[in-house]
Design a protein around this ligand. Structure first.
Ligand SMILES: Nc1ncnc2c1ncn2[C@@H]1O[C@H](COP(=O)(O)OP(=O)(O)OP(=O)(O)O)[C@@H](O)[C@H]1O
Ligand SMILES: [Mg+2]
Length: 226
């Protein structure tokens, strides 16, 4: 009997999205296999962040199909959708969305704690990822005391820590110096390879896009080869 193939990590079909009269996504299709690294390019305002939000189930599409590892978040109640999202998806947001009153280490441990990992192990794993991003000496700092580039690395650590099936990274090196950016990109690529995660990397940087297997550009609501 033929082996059953893994479902695609991300499957988008006939996706449509508008904000008022503005068409953002139009009949968009995407298939990302496990372990595949895709760079998403496109002008400011073309809809890249909106697309990631729809994939993560944080923004509804007007119509179309969204599946993560063969499963749809659409139609689930909020709690189930959130639980599935936490298990399957790591999201490094363009605007970070960190918890300003918590420490660096706790911010990164949050997804693990919510997934039921014991606190000591969650904090330990958070510290390991943060150390690799050069933040090993800032574990106990409150987020609000961090620079923009430091916060960006915390946001990335939080997205990586649970070894997600799909890693959504929205301009994850936009605030970093060249050396920190290279470290961050190497870690993203390595984690994607180790855990077989599909990577969707939104970037304006050619250096960042170069870690991808495929480069796509969002133009007039659709993805085309760059
Ligand atoms: N909640 C919203 N309501 C109305 N319009 C929105 C909303 N969110 C985004 N938009 C609009 O949709 C368009 C796409 O926004 P989006 O943030 O996805 O672009 P982007 O490609 O990520 O841009 P950038 O490269 O600047 O981050 C923009 O014109 C934006 O103003
Ligand atoms: Mg954006």
């Amino acid at each position: 009997m033929a082996e059953r193939e893994d479902p695609p990590a991300v499957l988008l079909e006939a996706l449509h999205k508008r904000f008022g009269e503005r068409i953002i996504l139009q009949d968009l299709t995407l298939r990302a296999e496990p372990g595949e690294r895709i760079a998403l390019l496109g002008e400011s305002g073309s809809g890249k962040s909106t697309l990631l939000n729809i994939i993560a189930g944080l923004e509804p599409a007007d119509s179309g199909r969204v599946e993560i590892a063969g499963r749809s978040l659409i139609g689930l109640d909020d709690d189930h959708a959130a639980a599935l999202r936490r298990q399957l998806i790591g999201f490094a947001f363009q605007a970070f969305h960190l918890l300003g009153h918590l420490t660096v280490q706790r911010n990164v441990a949050v997804p693990l704690l919510l997934n039921g990992i014991p606190p000591a192990e969650a904090l330990d794993r958070a510290a390991t990822v943060l150390g690799r991003l050069g933040l090993g000496t800032r574990l106990q700092a409150p987020i609000r005391e961090l620079s923009g580039g430091e916060q960006q690395r915390v946001a990335l650590a939080r997205a990586l820590v649970a070894a997600p099936r799909v890693l959504l990274a929205d301009e994850p090196t936009g605030n970093l110096d060249p050396s920190s950016a290279r470290t961050a990109l190497a870690l993203i690529a390595e984690q994607a390879a180790e855990s077989g995660a599909a990577l969707l990397l939104v970037t304006h940087s050619h250096e960042a896009a170069a870690i991808a297997d495929r480069q796509l550009v969002l133009r007039q609501g659709r993805l085309e080869p760059a």
